[in-house]
Design a protein around this ligand. Structure first.
Ligand code: 13P
Length: 346
């Protein structure tokens, strides 16, 4: 393990004004996204769509430090035969790879899941390194019980997931790949922001305890957490400042200062909410945080370009413009320099 190299990449992931593009939708998930614009999910269409994003040169160079890819994409070539990985590298961005095999029902815990994919991972990581990946992602999914059901999440499902995250992270570092550890507490339920806080703090404390036991070097690790936010179905939605304040408070309580970079998932927030929340944390709480705080958005970076593109070649410039706009807004938010005025001026 070359910790110096890992540390440099982990720092680069959230360099000032930059964050990560999560373009690692599995075949099932990208189909859902394509269904929403009435485009068939073929291998060529998936390639064309992602090529459009990676060729948005200025946005990539200025605001996208790394791109998370799916297995199919890391092996794919652009229309002109250039490997997509080379397009990303050419724009000065770092290719990464999603390596988990998804959340599967957890035996003995009805309604809960554990993320699978550890078997054979050592060999896959070596292959991905040779294909150009310098960081990886593993997403654990933690749901919060509906109608005040405090049995979910169970400590058992949380531990099963954080244990898998720690084993994955140790294998990544052995292969000189920076692990992004993503324990996502879902915002799908009817819980309020304080219940999200409680669960998120518990999950993060369990995660960092397991990372320690698995001898994972935090200096070469990136955390991808959810924000502390009310469930989508909650009647008590929190304002932007409250989300920012409670998220920073929770992270300060549970995340060691040795970790260089934290990059949020968007998790179903609207584009502008995800930007406004990140901006408020950096604008209002910068001095309280030892880590860089930026974005690793999937939906919040891609919803607009996906719609603008809608599967038509003639819409590629419009799709790239929509992507460039969101990338710039989030880049500004990583500096605490975003404003609603800038958003509307575009
Ligand atoms: P969202 O930003 O759409 O939540 O996706 C980020 C991601 O990579 C989830 O694993």
């Amino acid at each position: 393990m070359n910790l110096d190299a890992l540390h440099k990449i982990a720092v680069a992931m959230a360099a000032p004004g930059k964050g990560i593009l999560a373009a690692d939708e599995s075949t099932g998930t990208i189909k859902k996204r394509f269904d929403s614009i009435d485009v068939e999910s073929t291998e060529d269409n998936r390639r064309d769509y992602r090529e459009m994003l990676f060729r948005a040169d200025a946005a990539m160079k200025e605001h996208i430090a790394g791109v998370i890819l799916f297995d199919e994409t890391i092996r794919q070539q652009a229309r002109d035969g250039t490997p997509l990985v080379k397009l990303i590298e050419g724009a000065g961005s770092i290719p990464g790879i999603k390596v988990d095999n998804g959340a599967k029902p957890l035996a003995g815990a009805p309604g809960e899941t554990v993320t699978e994919g550890l078997d054979g991972l050592r060999g896959r990581l070596k292959e991905y390194y040779d294909l150009g990946a310098r960081f990886a992602k593993w997403r654990a999914v933690i749901d919060i019980g509906r109608e005040g059901d405090h049995r979910i999440p169970s400590p058992y499902s949380i531990r099963a997931n954080t244990h898998a995250l720690a084993r994955y992270a140790a294998l990544c570092q052995e292969a000189d790949i920076v692990p992004i550890v993503e324990p996502e507490v879902l915002m799908d339920g009817d819980h309020d922001i304080d219940r999200c806080y409680e669960v998120t703090e518990y999950v993060l404390r369990a995660l960092f305890s397991d990372l320690y036991e698995h001898r994972v070097a935090l200096e070469g690790t990136v955390l991808k957490p959810n924000m502390v936010i009310a469930g989508k179905l909650s009647e008590k939605q929190a304002g932007v400042s409250e989300v920012a304040e409670k998220t920073v408070k929770c992270l300060r309580a549970a995340v060691p200062a040795a970790l260089p970079s934290i990059v949020f998932l968007s998790g179903g927030q609207s584009d502008e909410e995800a930007t406004a929340h990140l901006n408020a944390m950096n604008a209002e709480h910068r001095d309280a945080m030892p880590w860089a705080l930026s974005f690793s958005y999937g939906r919040a970076l891609q919803a607009a370009p996906l719609k603008a593109w809608s599967g038509r070649t003639e819409n590629v410039p419009a799709g790239q413009a929509a992507f460039a706009h969101r990338a710039r807004m989030n880049g500004l938010a990583s500096l605490g320099d975003w404003s609603d005025g800038l958003e509307q001026a575009a």
